[in-house]
Design a protein around this ligand. Sequence first.
Ligand code: MN
Length: 480
Amino acid sequence: MRFAHISDVHLGREQFNQPFRYDDYVRVFREAIEKAVKERVDFILIAGDLFHVSRPSPKTIRDAVEILEIPKRKDIPVFAIEGNHDKTIRETSVFDLLEHLGLIHTVGLKREPRENEFQRSKKLSENRYLVWGQVGDVEIHGLRHHTRWQLIRNDGAVNVLKALFKGKKGILMLHQAVDYLAKDTPYQDAFDLKLNELPDGFSYYALGHIHVRRIAETAQTGLSGPIVYPGSLERTEIREASHIIRYSTRDKKPKVMESREGPKGFYIVEDFQPEFVEVDARPFYSIRVEGEGKAELREKVEETASLVPRDAIAVITLEGTVKGGISLAEFNDLLKDSGIRYYTFRSRVVGEAVISKERLSEEELFTEWERELLLHLRVSPKEFSEGLSDFVSWLVERYEKGIPAKAPVTKKGAEPEGQAKEGTAKAETGEKPAKARKPAKTKEPTKTGKETGKAPKKPKPISKPKNPSSLDAWLRRGKP
Ligand SMILES: [Mn+2]
C-alpha cells in the first residue's frame, strides 16, 4: 500500500500581491500530484488548506479541477479534509463541488451517509454520520479543522477526537497543530492538541496546518504510528526561507546558509513509512543586514544582493542604529536592476538607542481570545486582507459558538458541526454528567490561567465594561 500525503497547498494565494506567486503555488501542486501519480500511489491525501480561502476564485477552482483530473484519469482516489483556511460554515462549499465532480472524497462528520467505491459511513445520531475512506483494507479517517475549544472540552475531561475515533485504525487525517511538533513554528504557544490528546490506534497520522516539515516517530511519542506534517508546498512566510543571509556589523562578508527548513514537498508513504519527495519551490532568501549608517547599510545590501539568484524572492531586514532613522524608500531603488524576482525591505533600524522598559507578557495584556485573534493575524495576515468576508465568517463562527455564557454545553441544539455527541464523549471518559454540564455562568470564558499554569483570572463583571480595549467584551455585547 502506497499513498501520497500532501498538505497546505494554499491554491489561490497571491503572496506579496505578485501574480507570479499565484502561478508558483499552482505549479508546485501540479508537480506534487504528477509525482505522486508517477509513483503509482494507491491514493492521495490532502490534509487541509488545499485552498487559501474558503471561496476561491473561478480561476483557482479551474486550476484545482485541472490538476485533480490527473489522478482521476488514473483512478487514483484523493481524500481530503478542510483546513482552517478553506473550511466554511456554509452548507455548500468548493469541497462539495470537487466531491460532486468525483475529484476528491472528503472524510469526517457529515449530515448524510456515504457508501460508494471509496467511502463508508457509520450513523452516529439522527443526522450525523462518520464518513471515512476505504482503499483495500486501509481505512482513511479524518476530521476537518476545529479549534481546540471545540475538540477538548471541560478542561480536557471530554476529548471529541478520542470519542469519535475510538477503536478505529488505519490513517487519521487532521488539520491541527500538535504541541510536540510545534516547536519553532507560529503554533509553539498556540497549539490545538497536546500529544496525549491524539487518539491512539492509527498506523499513520496524516497532519496538516504546520507549514514546516515535521515527523514524530512512534519511539518518541508512544503512539501506534508516526505523526507527520509534510508542511506547505510553497514557502508561505519568511520562516520557511530556503536560504538565510546574515551580515552583521562584526562580519567582513555576508554569510549564506541553507535553511534547515529549506526543501519543500510531500511524502510518499509505503507500509506507513514516509519518504520525502521534494518539489521545486521558488528560492526564498531571508536576509538580515546590520549597519550603523545609511551608507553602510546601502553598501551591504548591494553586496548581499549579488549573492541572490535572479529568480529568487528576497526579504531584506535592515537592522542597526542610525541617527535620524531611515526610510525604506531610500533602499528600494538600490536593487531594481539586480534581477531578483521580488524583493522587499523591512526595517528594524532605530533612530536612537532605546532603553526598553520592563516587559509585560502577552497574557497580562490580552485575553486568550484576543491572543488567538492576534495569532491569526500574525500567522496569516493575508488571509484576512484577501477575504474580509471569510474573516467575518470566522469571527462569527468563533464567537457565536465560543461563548460559554451564551452556548453552554448542551446535549442537543447549539452543537457546532463536527462535535461528537456529548453522550459518546462521556462514555469514553467516564465523566459524570453533572460536572460536564457545569453551568456556564460560573465559568470564566477564557482559560488563560489554566493554559499557562498560572491562577485563572477573575471573571470580569459583564455589566461593567472597564477596559475599553477589551475586544472580548465588545464582541460579546455586540457594541463598544
Ligand atoms: Mn495552512
